[in-house]
Write a protein that binds this ligand. Sequence first.
Ligand SMILES: [Cu+2]
Length: 494
Amino acid sequence: MKNRRDFLRNSLGLGAGLAAAPRLFAAPQEKGASMDMEHMSHAIQRGGSRIVSVETPDVPQLSWRMDGNVKEFHLIAEAVKQEIFPGRIVDLWGYNGSAPGPTIQVNQGDRVRIIVDNHLPEATSMHWHGFEIPIDMDGAPGSSQDPIPPGGRFVYEFTLHQEGTYFYHSHMAMQEMMGMIGTFIMHPKEPYKPRADKDFAIIVQEYAILPNINVPNSMNMEFNWLTFNGKSGPANTPLIVRHGERVRIRLINLGMDHHPIHLHGHQFVVTGTEGGRQPQSTWGPGNTVLVGVAQSRDIEFVATNPGNWMLHCHLPHHMMNQMSSMVGPMSRRTGMPAGLDMERGMGMLRQGSATSEENGPSLGRGMGVGSTAEQTMSNSPLKAGNAMQHQDMPDMQKQGMQMGKPEVSKNANSVPGFPQDAFMEGPMMAMDQMVDKPENFDLRPGWSGFMAGMMTFVRVLPPDKYDQIMELRKKQEGDKPMKMDMPGMEHKHE
Ligand SMILES: [Cu+2]
């Protein structure tokens, strides 16, 4: 099949009806072929009040078709190739070519049908997290339904009386750690007050993917790739806000850790949970919200403070990428093998991957932190000599990395604790051009060297700069109707 669009259309037998999701599927010649009257990307008129559609940066929206009075969606559980970071394409499991899966938005009171096809090599089941629906629609494998076998289909249908930030996910625990979750927004009948001008949703996820391996180890309990909507900083698309607007951000967590999500420059109130809207009497100010496993939290604030403000998980290890033993120095001169050879220390295994059957549980089942080979760590001063320095890496420069050397003081070696992993941050890791997009327009040069893990910007912009970015965005969408940097578009069939 030529592309994802053909594939979906064929598998649905729906013809052009699928053109309704413009940012994901619409080919240019099929614009206007949409059969859906209510459109995801537009505000919905309801009793004269506007409800703002929820943006999920880096994750596509799922279109629907009307069948009588039923909104019909189609989800395909499948393996996905996804670039979570420039050059880091990993094998995840998700829905419709994306992990997390596409965002579903409905209105309170809607009758909804979701066709779930299983294109995975094993059984799956779809759970509608927090939905008050009949038990036979709950997606609990073995108890409320038989698991959906490979190649199988299950049609879920229910009426939704709730409102709030919900999500759908595979109810197979290991599949959850491969990426199988998606946002499910239920817009309220009576619009929330005060009204939000911008409404975003972010799913936080974590993966354990060793160097030289593309498949997450779903059994791991430590994680080295941390994502917002399937991207690690600086690959995320920032949230673009006009100065003075009221902003809602809906945070959803399904992983092995609870994440304290922190916003710079503003206080916010928590206005909703995975159970829906909270009464206003419960809203107290804060700037960090703990989003526990299986929870969602809505935060709201008025963007009164102009600037490019970081929004990130505040667990220190979740503000990093590819966290593992620092192998760079080992490969050059300060390596300190501790029982095994350097190749193993770097994750280069001779008998296949770390998770292959030749290797025991100690290999690949942990992140290798404190295992067999390590750089010389300075619990005490290092030996005399030059302070560790990074070499020039022309290859990486060619790929667009900006390789300015971080400054190191002359007596660095005599300071216990040097060098830290943080040594790798900063100018060393900047890749502004590699993650260039309208939403990153006019950020400070080198900004990308300091963005990693679960981290993005809320850009509170004066009107002129805001309009400029919207212009650039429009231009880009005009040039490339199929937004190629969207996870869904990277999916390849055959
Ligand atoms: Cu975290």
